[in-house]
Unconditional design. Structure first.
Length: 423
């Protein structure tokens, strides 16, 4: 596996451009199964998770090609109903084919995703939502085996122990689009990626109202057209770039970053002494003042996103004062704590909370990223650490960031990739 050698960097200057949102494109690719007509999706990030979803579609018998950032999906009368364990175990988001397969084929077999390094990740809300629409779902040999000759609109509440569920809301919205009658989803997720999926479905001919609020109304239609759709910019990638700039200091323009999707993040960065200017279609960050400690609690949107908890922790590790970081979405998402401490950070975890005592400077070390956002956090920490950080586990970065390393290097970060087998 390749690794990255990261040196203390900055101050930096320049501009970078945010790619399309991974978490928006994955369910939208699944949504394309709802119509026999071809769909064209633009601003598709070339990340491993998208390639895994392409493989899932192809194994269902669906034509799918990605050229540049333009994806063409040609379902026609595809026959497949199976998402295998081999693919689902690579990417949990594979579960979002469940709703479209049920709606289009009347049946589906999707491997149970199981847990992952960020903790236990159940699928009960997906099952509950689709059962309410009339699906029969059983667990057989590690697979969710679902059938529904006809889906029927219903009133469904999708609130779980840790709030709403992004992909369960997506799954129910997609299935309900082709169900008989009206579906009301209560405690729906309000994330911009859910709204993007709704916009794409509406463009395909679906009748959806209330998306972006906790109550979504879907009136089923007989059929949908192919989609012509452009994905929103990735707010998590944008946030990662803002935090990287805050760590390195200097002035950076993050093109495509949408202030309306990043309210809680901009707020917390401002509190930490980082100035962010909202421009038309971009955010300009000016950093250089000492970072101040801030308390952060992750919550469903519009709260601070769990996907930026680890990068934010890297920033707060070098802040003045003590920060309290509480994880309300994935209470076990703290794999990066031990690695940050190996770099000289002073972080103590207590249940779903991490107490981060700011240290003036981190010290480079060999570290391993255990998941996508943990790997990003360690890369960012390396940019503010003395001497060299050797980051392994960078295959996780490629699951969700198209070119984070190149973007940072272009800004002036000192990062070198060592190819596997070389030194
Ligand atoms: C999506 C994002 C992921 C992000 C997460 C929370 C994609 C591809 N991934 O994941 O990057 O971190 O939202 O913003 O969009 N839960 C249940 N039962 C369920 C489903 C979820 O209890 O059936 C729990 C989860 O364990 C978690 C919480 O609900 O504690 C939120 O999870 P959810 O919103 O479903 O995450 P995903 O949609 O899988």
């Amino acid at each position: 596996m390749d690794k990255l050698l990261v040196q203390r960097s900055g101050p930096v200057q320049g501009a970078c451009t945010v790619n399309g949102a991974k978490n928006a494109v994955l369910p939208i690719m699944a949504a394309c199964l709802l119509s026999p007509e071809p769909s064209v999706i633009e601003r598709v990030p070339r990340v491993t998770d998208v390639l895994t979803m392409l493989e899932i579609l192809r194994r269902l018998g669906v034509g799918a090609t990605l050229v540049g950032d333009r994806l063409t999906i040609e379902p026609g009368r595809f026959a497949g109903t199976l998402a295998s364990y081999e693919l689902v175990s690579r990417m949990r988001a594979s579960i979002c084919v469940l709703g479209p397969l049920l709606a289009r084929q009347g049946k589906a077999q999707v491997a149970m995703p199981g847990g992952c390094v960020i903790g236990s990740r159940p699928v009960d809300l997906h099952v509950k939502g689709l059962q309410a629409l009339g699906a029969k779902i059983a667990i057989e040999h590690g697979y969710l085996v679902a059938s529904a000759p006809r889906l029927q609109g219903a009133k469904i509440s999708l609130g779980g122990t840790h709030g709403s569920s992004v992909l369960a809301t997506g799954n129910v919205m997609m299935a309900a689009s082709l169900a008989d009658g009206v579906t009301i989803i209560e405690q729906a997720a309000c994330e911009p990626e859910v709204v993007d999926l709704a916009h794409c479905l509406i463009q395909m001919g679906a009748r959806i109202e209330g998306h972006g609020s906790p109550v979504v109304r879907v009136e089923g239609v007989r059929g949908l057209r192919g989609a012509r759709y452009r994905i929103i910019p990735d707010r998590i990638e944008a946030g990662t770039l803002l935090i990287a700039a805050a760590l390195m200091g200097g002035e950076v323009m993050v093109e495509g970053a949408r202030a309306d999707h990043l309210g809680a993040v901009i707020d917390k960065l401002a509190e930490a002494n980082v100035s962010i200017e909202k421009l038309n279609g971009a955010l300009r960050i000016k950093a250089g003042e000492p970072i101040q400690a801030v308390d952060v609690t992750t919550l469903p949107y519009p709260g601070f996103p769990t996907d930026l908890q680890a990068p934010m922790m890297a920033l707060l590790a070098v802040a003045r004062g003590t920060s309290v970081l509480t994880e309300k979405v994935y209470p076990d998402r703290f794999m990066h704590v031990a690695e940050l401490n190996r770099m000289g950070a002073s972080i103590v975890r207590q249940g779903a909370t991490a107490i981060v005592k700011g240290v003036g400077r981190l010290s480079g070390a060999p570290v391993v990223g255990s998941d996508l956002r943990a790997a990003a956090a360690l890369l960012l920490a390396g940019l503010a650490a003395e001497h060299q950080t050797e980051l392994q586990g960078i295959e996780h970065l490629q699951r969700g960031y198209q070119n984070l390393e190149e973007q940072l290097v272009r800004l002036g970060a000192r990062i070198r990739r060592v190819r596997a087998g070389r030194s």
